[in-house]
Design a protein around this ligand. Structure first.
Ligand code: SF4
Length: 365
């Protein structure tokens, strides 16, 4: 199949190998790229890219206003800076943002691509070529069962559950519009699989001021998002873990992990989390601090772990007492955000004190 995208087409899909090869000719090395007269501008545009990815509302306007080469370089630099920061949630958000962006350009291709060419199938040559390159075959309206299952396993939409699909002789039927969504998912998974990159320490040091700026903005945003800690908004699973802890029951490893990651994400500091574990009958300060610091990214690896999603919580048996709101969420943090909004509204109505003021959080009592 003829898949020789133009520079402009590549700039809309900078994760493609052909896009990376395209800028190799211009920037022979990363050092050359950073020393290029546009070096500072490129780094700034990479920082903006990460900040856009961290903005809670989806950015509807994904306009490209720089040259194709700068656009591709900004994508690559954003991944390098994000790798230096090495925060799991940040990496997740960046890859989700990039895959949404690619999806937007795929479904609107006729609007921005003057070279738009229809392929043999229902799809453009660009879409078909890209799908092939990324391992999704578009020649028919079905997909091999094994490929399908692998692709949709992280997707939460009920439509994609095998039980809701038409399966015939080892193949799953897939509609045209679903192929775009499946390709978006494929792009997300492939982009995430490569991260974090192994970036030389000297380069991370060079980029440290930019990384610090992103981290600060990210932390402020998280604090704004979660505000002060509202224990009454904790999901049932977390309430149950805290109750177990205070009533003297030992938590399983999965329980400790989920609770620590949850409390850390909503803004409780390390001493606050350790104090909570002080209620446990087998409390061991050294072991607790080690575990907490490891999960919150202050240990040797620098990796911050995130609360497991509901599906994983179910697998480890710590999803308990699920309520009505649980039916609408797939992550304990989503539950907390939604419930906190409700608590905030109720408190506002009754004239109670505002709980979403962004003040320094205090530990649950
Ligand atoms: S459904 Fe999710 S939020 Fe609700 S109890 Fe289970 S794990 Fe917690």
């Amino acid at each position: 199949m003829d898949f020789a995208p133009s520079a402009k087409e590549l700039s809309h899909f900078p994760f493609l190998k052909k896009a990376q090869d395209h800028i190799k000719n211009r920037f022979s090395s990363l050092n050359a790229l950073l020393k290029d007269r546009h070096g500072d501008a490129l780094i700034e545009s990479a920082v903006t890219r990460i900040q856009d990815a961290l903005t809670p509302k989806k950015k509807a306007d994904y306009e490209i206003s720089v040259s194709a080469e700068d656009e591709i370089a900004s994508y690559a630099l954003a991944r390098i800076i994000a790798s230096c920061i090495n925060d799991r949630q940040l990496l997740d958000r960046l890859t989700r943002y990039e895959s949404e962006r690619a999806y937007h350009f795929l479904v609107s291709e006729e609007e921005w691509n003057q070279n738009y060419r229809q392929g043999d199938s229902d799809y453009s040559l660009l879409f078909a070529g890209m799908s092939e390159e990324l391992g999704i075959h578009v020649s028919s309206d079905r997909m091999a069962l094994a490929d399908y299952v692998e692709l949709v396993s992280p997707m939460h939409d009920d439509r994609y559950h095998l039980i809701n699909r038409q399966v015939e002789r080892g193949f799953v039927r897939v509609k045209k519009e679903e192929r775009y969504e499946l390709l978006r998912e494929r792009i997300r998974v492939l982009m995430r699989r490569d991260l974090p990159h192994k970036v030389p320490t000297a380069l991370c040091e060079q980029l440290a001021p930019k990384a610090a700026r992103i981290k600060k903005a990210y932390q402020e945003q998280m604090l704004q998002q979660f505000g002060s800690i509202e224990e009454s908004a904790f999901p049932p699973c977390m309430q149950a873990l805290i109750t177990a802890l205070t009533s003297g029951t030992n938590l399983t490893h999965a329980g400790r992990f989920a609770l620590t990651a949850f409390l850390h994400t909503i803004g409780l500091d390390v001493p606050g989390i350790a104090a909570l574990y002080g209620r446990s009958p087998d409390f061991d300060i050294e072991r607790t601090m080690y575990q907490v610091e490891h999960i919150t990214g202050r240990g040797g690896s620098g990796t911050e772990y995130t609360t497991p999603a509901c599906a994983a919580m179910r697998t480890t048996g710590i999803c308990v007492h699920a309520d009505k709101l649980c039916e609408r969420v797939n992550h304990p943090l989503s539950y907390y955000k939604a419930k906190k909004r409700d608590v905030f509204r109720t408190n506002k109505k009754s004239g109670a004190e505002n709980t979403g003021d962004g003040k320094k959080p205090s530990p649950p009592t």
